[in-house]
Write a new protein. Structure first.
Length: 323
């Protein structure tokens, strides 16, 4: 825990089974507001509670919980803290829609995953997947959102004011929060100093998240920000410089995928197997990691397809991409 500005604290919430190690939760003490909570474990709750006390506030005194996006390492303790404190949960309007969809389609996830594998050329894993049967479900928690915000809103929190920027890409509902008075940006997972956020797509007609992501980078470029406080890794000062690096990264990834298509058309799984991955080489990835890698590859392919840079065609129900 450290005080990063007058009355603003960075709390390190441990996340044992994730290589990132922790999620930062941010406390605006005078507004009794927490931005993100970390994972939903007892260890995380105890740690958060201890750190809050050291910052001069009890968990039960929290009045507002702001969600940057609906991933487990950010919202894990939302419901529990609300129960303890009666705090109001604030998120972008899209978060409400996404939670509703999750409630409705939870049971269809197995069929959808099978279709996705077929379409993207991962059919060889079908037997493996079938072994999981009904256990393949969305396990994310769904909770009531008390107050929604829109892009550009100035969120008023008992004396503190925070500007909301909708920044989709890593998650459709992702928001960055700009403390304009202190020149601080709480960037969630949208901009991290070292790693590039996972941009994924499971359905080739389900939107263009990479385009949205790049546009959302442009959107926060040039904001008067002295320091960026992300949800992982560490704080940094050069927001615009990091945005340029991220844009170059995705451009290079697109080039690498085009290179992989030089020998002819390929399925998403074939192209994924030919490009480099930070985690480990393709042959050593387990199925679930391969599926994440393929989803990241598809996000880039759909971006290029929509630009008219590459072609997409269906051969016997399997999509092939070519130059
Ligand atoms: Zn995260």
């Amino acid at each position: 825990m450290r005080e990063i500005s007058d009355g603003v604290y960075q709390l390190e919430v441990p996340m044992r089974y994730n290589p990132l190690g922790y999620t930062y939760s941010y406390l605006l003490r005078d507004a009794a507001t927490l931005i993100d909570t970390g994972v939903g474990t007892r260890e995380a709750l105890e740690s958060l509670s201890r750190q809050l006390r050291r910052a001069g506030i009890e968990l039960s005194e929290i009045r507002h919980l702001v969600v940057t996006h609906l991933h487990g390492d950010h919202i894990g303790l939302m419901e529990q803290i609300r129960r303890i404190s009666g705090a109001k949960i604030v998120a972008h309007r899209r978060a409400v829609e996404i939670q509703r969809e999750r409630l409705e389609d939870g049971g269809r996830i197995f069929e959808e995953t099978k279709n996705e594998l077929r379409l993207l050329g991962g059919g060889s894993y079908m037997n493996f997947l079938s072994g999981f049967g009904d256990r393949v479900r969305r396990k994310r928690s769904v909770f009531e959102i008390d107050e929604t915000v829109e892009d550009g809103d100035l969120l008023s929190l008992e004396g503190e004011e925070i500007r909301v920027h909708l920044t989709p890409g890593h998650a459709q509902e992702h928001i960055c929060l700009h403390d304009e008075k202190r020149h601080i940006l709480f960037s969630g997972d949208h901009v991290l100093p070292k790693i590039t956020p996972h941009i994924s797509l499971h359905d080739p007609w389900g939107g263009d998240p990479l385009r949205e992501y790049l546009q959302a980078l442009d959107k926060i470029h040039g904001l008067p920000v002295k320091t960026v406080y992300p949800a992982h890794e560490h704080s940094f000062d050069d927001l615009d410089g990091r945005i340029s690096e991220l844009k170059i990264h995705h451009k290079m990834r697109c080039e690498e995928m085009k290179e992989a298509m030089r020998g002819g058309a390929g399925t998403v799984y074939e192209i994924s197997s030919k490009v480099s991955w930070d985690s480990r080489p393709w042959p050593r990835m387990d199925f679930w990691t391969k599926r994440m890698a393929a989803a990241e590859c598809l996000a880039h392919l759909v971006f290029m397809r929509n630009n008219g840079e590459i072609h997409e065609e269906s051969r016997k129900g399997v999509l092939h991409y070519s130059l």
